[in-house]
Each structure stands twice: as structure tokens, then as C-alpha cells.
Design a protein around this ligand. Structure first.
Ligand code: HEC
Length: 119
């Protein structure tokens, strides 16, 4: 394997990315795809909604789901990385890939910015 491809794969696995993922273009679509069935508008399980930026930042019983710059303190990511309660639950048909989870980690690490256009 050429060295550049090897380095590229390695970087994506550890979640180091020179260009932080866009909330609007990447993270929000991921949340809608994998989490909206249970944490959307119609069925806010555990009374949290992860399909809006406000929902991600709003505290759940006193704790934020996303702590900007601190992926390891963000319950949103911890559940996706295998801490209880594991999210999406194992029985859910749609499961995010390691790469997609790494993108969520990279977004939080880069400050969890909201880049949704306002107009
Ligand atoms: C099949 C339904 C379902 C799907 C899909 C799902 N969840 Fe959940 N989620 C639940 C339920 C039910 C709970 C409450 C479970 C509990 O507290 O044991 C929960 C709880 C949570 C919590 C709160 C954990 C805590 O510390 O109390 C977070 C954060 C969460 N989900 C994130 C996500 C994310 C992110 C996704 C998508 C990647 C997702 N969920 C997909 C059903 C789902």
C-alpha cells in the first residue's frame, strides 16, 4: 500500500482531521440517519432530541450531550463508542461505521461548531 494511503487511513481511524467536519453537512445528516427514529421530534426517547443543534447542546438532567472540545466527556459520543447505554441500541438495523463515529469525534474535538446557514 502506498504510504500516503496508509497515513490517510490511520488518520481517519484516530479521528485526526485537518478539516473539521461540518455540522450542517455531515453531523446533522448522521444524527438524522441513525438516531432520529428514536430521538427525533416525534419520539424523543429519554427526553433528548439529537436532530437539532439545540437538542445536542441542551442538558439532559443536568449534563450536556456534547461538551465542545471534549469528546470523552460528551455522552453523545460515549454512547456511540460503546459505553452504556450503547447507541444506537444493538438491535437497531442501521449502525454507524467506525469512520462516521470518528467524524463525530473530530467535530466535537474541533469545538462542535454550528455552521447551519441562517437564511
Ligand atoms: C431504537 C431506538 C434508539 C435509537 C436508534 C437510538 N437511541 Fe439513544 N436511546 C434510546 C433509549 C430507549 C434511551 C434510554 C435508554 C437508557 O437510558 O438506558 C436512549 C438514550 C440515549 C442517550 C442518553 C444516555 C444517558 O446517558 O442517559 C443518548 C446520549 C443517546 N441515546 C444517543 C443516541 C444517539 C447519538 C443515537 C444515534 C447514533 C441514538 N441514541 C439512537 C433509544 C434509541
Amino acid at each position: 500500500m502506498p504510504i500516503s494511503i496508509a497515513v490517510c487511513c490511520l488518520l481517519s481511524v484516530v479521528g485526526v482531521d485537518p478539516v473539521p467536519p461540518s455540522y450542517d453537512k455531515e453531523i446533522d445528516p448522521l444524527m438524522r440517519k441513525y438516531c432520529a427514529t428514536c430521538h427525533g421530534k416525534r419520539m424523543p426517547r429519554a427526553s433528548i432530541s439529537v436532530i437539532t443543534y439545540e437538542g445536542l447542546m441542551k442538558s439532559k438532567k443536568g449534563k450536556a450531550l456534547v461538551v465542545p472540545g471534549q469528546p470523552d466527556k460528551s455522552p453523545l459520543l460515549r454512547t456511540m463508542e460503546g459505553h452504556e447505554p450503547i447507541m444506537p441500541p444493538k438491535f437497531a438495523t442501521l449502525q454507524p461505521t467506525k469512520q462516521e463515529i470518528a467524524r463525530v469525534r473530530a467535530w466535537i474535538a474541533a469545538g462542535a461548531k454550528d455552521d447551519t446557514p441562517t437564511d
